[in-house]
Design a protein around this ligand. Structure first.
Ligand SMILES: Nc1ncnc2c1ncn2[C@@H]1O[C@H](COP(=O)(O)OP(=O)(O)OP(=O)(O)O)[C@@H](O)[C@H]1O
Ligand SMILES: [Mg+2]
Length: 391
């Protein structure tokens, strides 16, 4: 920690609490994290050269870098105007550093010098699903059914771990194709825990600012600001359908009736033609029964009422064929068209956010979400800012 002694100052000799620009943090919680100097990261990326830039998210740029010890890393430089404040930044560090799983991206450390807020992750060779599977550009990755099946199962395991094994449980809040990265062997790893919040064990939901990405947002999250593990399950359901179909959740270039993946999947389910949702690339390469089962699981996950959605461990059992998919009372996917349309009118880029609002929720029966029995008033929210950075 010596390199940041000018930032971290102990409040008392016996206390491990430190102050970082007005934010209290227990320094002992950062023990698993390497603290890098800005200079070290600048050298690792050739001065953050554009040639080393591998991505751009809503919070800043991502560079490929090589540390002095030879390790390849992904260096996420949060932009100065990033909405991810220092508290969220530290939350991300603490959360990721404290957990390890083969389907979660490894955080190596961070840099918190001056105004710089930088995260250093293990580098994943095969980029994100958004770029390789759903992107318009060329990708050398061949997404056979075997590969897709493995990705679906890996993401499920990673999320089940966050939801059910880590204590207190962790809600990811931004499950989407660009947050699923692939390693050399095409093993999936969930990234970006910047939005994750720890749920205190006695609460089943936390109400907070909506900060997911349009297209993956559960209705109760987008409209009522309620985030539960079941809102992650919804986003996962959308992702599952994207992986199987090889198309993004919204595609304006398709005929109107096919533009929304969830609507399309439901229509095909009702007409008993779900196998036609499969990516054309897969023709002849998949087990129809299994692929249709995956689609049905995606539909179970995206039901409007959160309590009808399965837990992630249950999803895992169903994907593996160890548990039947109970579709008897399956209901139509919850969709937030108003939200999507408002977003398009805004034509802005960035996070989907709902703040200080007074927008009247379209559907009253959406109010049954909280399994804690917490009574919530009908959503009265205004979209102060709607950004979509799902493209
Ligand atoms: N560990 C990593 N290894 C390799 N590439 C990465 C890594 N982390 C991020 N990237 C690349 O950088 C891109 C941008 O990532 P970033 O997380 O900043 O944005 P995003 O996922 O598109 O949106 P969000 O800000 O919501 O996470 C990713 O899509 C991916 O292509
Ligand atoms: Mg990301």
């Amino acid at each position: 920690m010596t390199c940041c002694s000018h930032i971290f100052t102990r409040k008392g000799s016996s206390s491990s609490a430190t102050r970082l620009k007005g934010v209290d943090i227990d320094i002992s919680e950062l023990q698993n994290v390497n603290i890098y100097t800005y200079k070290e990261l600048r050298n690792a990326t050739d001065g953050f050269s554009p040639a080393n830039k591998i991505g751009q998210g809503g919070f800043g740029s991502v560079y490929k870098g090589k540390l002095r010890n030879g390790s390849l890393v992904a260096i996420k430089v949060l932009s100065a105007e990033s909405r991810q404040g220092i508290r969220e930044f530290l939350t991300e560090i603490k959360v990721i550093a404290s957990i390890e799983h083969e389907n979660l991206v490894k955080l190596y450390g961070c840099c918190v010098e001056d105004n710089h807020r930088i995260l250093v992750y293990g580098y994943l060779e095969n980029n994100s699903l958004a770029q390789t599977l759903l992107g318009s550009g060329h990708s050398s990755v061949q997404f056979s059914w075997h590969v897709r099946r493995n990705i679906c199962i890996g993401v499920t395991k990673g999320l089940a771990f966050l939801h059910e094994e880590v204590l207190p449980h962790i809600i990811h809040r931004d499950i989407k194709a660009s947050n699923v990265l692939l390693d050399k062997e095409l093993q999936p790893k969930i990234s970006d825990f910047g939005l994750a919040k720890l749920i205190p064990p006695n609460l089943t939901h936390i109400s907070t600012r909506v900060a997911g990405t349009a297209g993956y947002l559960a209705p109760e999250y987008a409209i009522r600001n309620q985030v539960t593990r079941k809102s992650d399950v919804y986003s996962f359901g959308v992702l599952l359908l994207e992986i199987v179909s090889g198309r993004p959740n919204t595609n304006r270039r398709l005929p109107v009736e096919e533009q929304y993946l969830l609507t399309r999947a439901w229509d095909l389910y009702e007409s008993g033609e779900l196998e036609t949702l499969m990516d054309a690339f897969l023709v002849g390469d998949f087990n129809v029964e299994e692929a249709v089962r995956f689609c049905k699981i995606g539909l179970l996950c995206t039901q409007d009422a959160p309590q009808l959605r399965p837990s992630m461990s249950s999803v895992l059992n169903m994907l593996l064929g160890e548990k039947d998919v109970n579709e008897e009372n399956m209901t139509k996917p919850g969709l937030i068209f108003e939200f999507v349309e408002a977003k398009d009118e805004g034509k802005q880029k960035g996070k989907a956010e709902v703040e200080n609002t007074s927008f009247l929720a379209g559907s009253r029966n959406q109010d049954e979400s909280s399994s804690s029995g917490t009574v919530t008033s009908y959503a009265t929210m205004t979209f102060t800012e709607i950004y979509d950075r799902s493209n």
